[in-house]
Design a protein around this ligand. Structure first.
Ligand code: ME8
Length: 631
């Protein structure tokens, strides 16, 4: 069985975890779950970094002894991971004996390699980074390039690691293993760091007291970063050369944000080269999660209120949003309004409604899941698409493109919605067509089972709910078409993505709340004559294309086909429908409305939608010829 070892950084305990930490950990969790689905033997490690001057200072500020402080902080992380449904195998604390013993073994090996020496050191130190800022990065103001805070000038006698000696080997390794640093932008950045030359680094601190003593000189405390990197091996039982260590080292993926790739892709591999151990296979960096364009930061108090969003939309919607919305290697701005839009469009509309609709039809027309006896149009295409969806998903996940991977799954979700629509399955209840109806419903349910397997790494609770409603008593993890047993009793339950409570929704997106909503139950006072109503030219049309309007979060530009002509319509539905979800849909267009210009784009008509707490497009119950008049 092939193995897969994935790690997150171990987070500092000098502050509480925030959405940035959640982002890395959820991404790692999705990867771990994905590889488990592929029947690999997975080890998923996360943990906390508890030593160093920052943690010591935080403990002092809290009026606690450092160990006491760490004992109080570590459960805050484990509780959050439990709430976020993180499936790690081990949560490592660097104050644990397991880690300390492993670190001692590694430090001795490093010392014995001959690449460690003692020398005086003077430099500019950034406390939040816990590092001396190299001369190359120093400005006249002596400000940290990352934290923008003044640096401290320190002079100490330190132990050094001969990092410079490994420059050429590192260059060679990175060139020979193009996948070693991901994405390419980070790889290029680190290659240029390497090409401009590496300096030896100090690996001990005499001014710090909270940490692990160097086994070969107990007067000195090991530099917290050097100690922290070793956690990836100590957690596996490196000290005793345990079976777990031998099974899983080297790691497949160290995942993190771009702030700490240098430690992972240059210093850590050089340390491993020195002690003659295999290097991790991949160092993967994602971008910053930002708020209003600014990096989240425990030290600067820029945070995201993830608790409110999870309470409003549910955990799975939060996990889905983080991985669907942002391109993994790039920075991404967290916006509750976009979470709201994804919730409505992708989760509630595309997926939730599909499940509900199919189960409703099965309930109404069959006692149990029907046996597929009557193949027909579109069936082969759907089965083939199930397979291509897996293949494409695999490619995207191998490239850490969660957004593209989820989009691939959603293309399949939308295809099944169209299948239901194209086959007009609800019209097939007559005795002569009922076997075909049963086949279409079986295929739709099998597609939903299939989809539930593929989404389970990202939204595991939803995946389970779908399979339960389909009638499976145990979660089936196998994405192979045709496994769904006929004869199961479905149990259509609560909608998997229920409408979000308006009050909470308004709290979550204060901007939207500013616009007064039309009360559905309010009495209509202005009556229009029938003659006036008849002036409206309402037509059935089909959406041919849809795209966002730059600079307008709520608008989509649509091309619609009215049978005799094509029109461009601008509609304020972007928070409720993705462009892809609209293409192919039949809608009702007000065809004789005066053209209007919105954000510089001409709108030649209007599409109708139910517009209350949510927005749902009006359509005809069954497909009709384009241009049919609606009265
Ligand atoms: O660096 N966006 O710990 P740390 C995305 N202890 N990810 C973010 C983020 C943001 N705004 N803010 C934090 C340390 N992260 C060391 C690591 S590992 C041997 C030692 C995530 O608590 C991201 O993964 O500062 C980033 O790399 C990590 O938290 C830094 O966590």
């Amino acid at each position: 069985m092939s193995t897969f070892y994935i790690t997150t950084p171990i987070y500092y305990v000098n502050g509480e975890p925030h959405a940035g930490h959640a982002y890395t950990t959820i991404a790692a969790d999705a990867l771990a779950r994905y590889h488990r689905l592929k029947s690999e033997d997975v080890f998923f490690l996360t943990g906390v970094d508890e030593h160093g001057a920052n943690v010591h200072k935080a403990a002092e500020n809290a009026g606690l002894a450092p160990q006491e402080y760490c004992d109080k902080m570590a459960p805050i992380f484990t509780n959050l991971w439990e709430r976020l449904n993180i499936s790690h195998d081990v949560f490592l604390r660097t104050t644990s004996d397991l880690h300390k013993r492993g670190a001692n073994k590694f430090l001795n090996a490093l010392y014995n390699s001959g690449d460690v020496y003692k020398a005086p050191y003077q430099g500019y130190y950034c406390r939040p980074c816990e590092r001396f800022v190299p001369d190359k990065e120093l400005t006249d103001e002596k400000i940290c390039p990352i934290h923008k805070l003044p640096l401290e000038q320190l002079e100490e006698e330190n132990y050094f690691f001969k990092l410079s000696k490994y420059q050429d080997r590192l260059l060679k390794h990175i060139h020979e293993n193009p996948e070693f640093i991901h994405p390419e932008s980070r790889r290029n950045e680190l290659l240029s760091v390497l090409e401009s030359g590496l300096e030896d680094i100090s690996i001990s601190r005499s001014s710090v007291s909270w940490g692990i003593s160097l086994p070969f000189d107990p007067e000195h405390i090991v530099y917290v970063w050097i100690e922290a990197l070793m956690n990836y091996m100590t957690a596996l039982g490196y000290e005793t050369d345990s079976e777990c260590y031998r099974t899983f080292w080297p790691a497949n993926v160290h995942i993190m944000a771009k702030d700490i790739t240098r430690f992972h892709a240059l210093i850590w591999p050089a340390m491993l080269m020195a002690v003659d151990l295999p290097l991790p296979k991949q160092v993967v960096a994602h971008g910053w999660l930002t708020k209003d364009g600014e990096a989240l930061s425990k030290t600067r108090g820029i945070v995201i209120d993830m608790d409110t969003d999870i309470e409003t939309y549910g955990l799975d919607a939060f996990r889905y949003y983080l991985l669907r919305e942002f391109s993994f290697g790039n920075d991404g701005d967290y916006r509750p309004a976009r979470l709201h839009a994804r919730y409505n469009a992708d989760l509630a509309n595309d997926l939730g409604n599909l499940l509900n609709r199919v189960l409703g039809l099965v309930n109404k027309n069959f006692e149990r899941i029907p046996t597929p006896t009557t193949p027909g149009e579109f069936d082969d295409e759907i089965e083939a698409m199930a397979q291509t969806t897996i293949d494409q998903l695999d490619e995207h996940i191998s490239a850490f493109a969660f957004d593209a991977g989820l989009e691939t799954i959603w293309e399949f979700v939308r295809r099944i919605n169209r299948y239901v629509q194209q086959t007009q399955v609800w019209t097939l209840a007559k005795p002569e067509t009922k076997p075909r109806m049963g086949t279409i419903l079986y295929n739709s349910l099998e597609a939903l089972r299939f989809i539930s397997v593929l989404i389970s790494p990202v939204i595991p609770e939803t995946a389970e709910k779908i399979q339960k409603q389909i009638g499976l008593s145990e979660f089936d993890t196998v994405a192979e078409w045709g496994r769904l047993p006929a004869g199961l009793t479905v149990s259509r339950g609560e909608p998997i993505f229920p409408r979000v409570d308006t009050k909470k929704e308004q709290q979550a997106q204060p901007k939207a709340a500013g616009k007064p909503k039309q009360k559905q139950e309010s009495k209509t006072t202005d009556l229009v004559s029938f003659a006036d109503f008849q002036k409206l030219d309402l037509r059935v049309a089909r959406v041919l294309s849809a795209e966002p309007v730059e600079g307008a979060d709520r608008l989509l530009k649509l091309q619609v086909d009215l049978g005799t002509e094509k029109r461009q319509v601008v509609a304020g539905i972007a928070e409720h429908y993705t462009p892809d979800a609209l293409i192919g849909k039949q809608v009702i267009v007000v065809a004789n409305l005066e053209p209007a210009t919105l954000r510089g784009i001409e709108s030649q008509g209007m599409i109708l939608a139910g517009s209350g707490d949510s927005v749902v497009l009006a359509t005809v119950e069954e497909e009709m010829p384009l241009g049919t008049q609606v009265r």
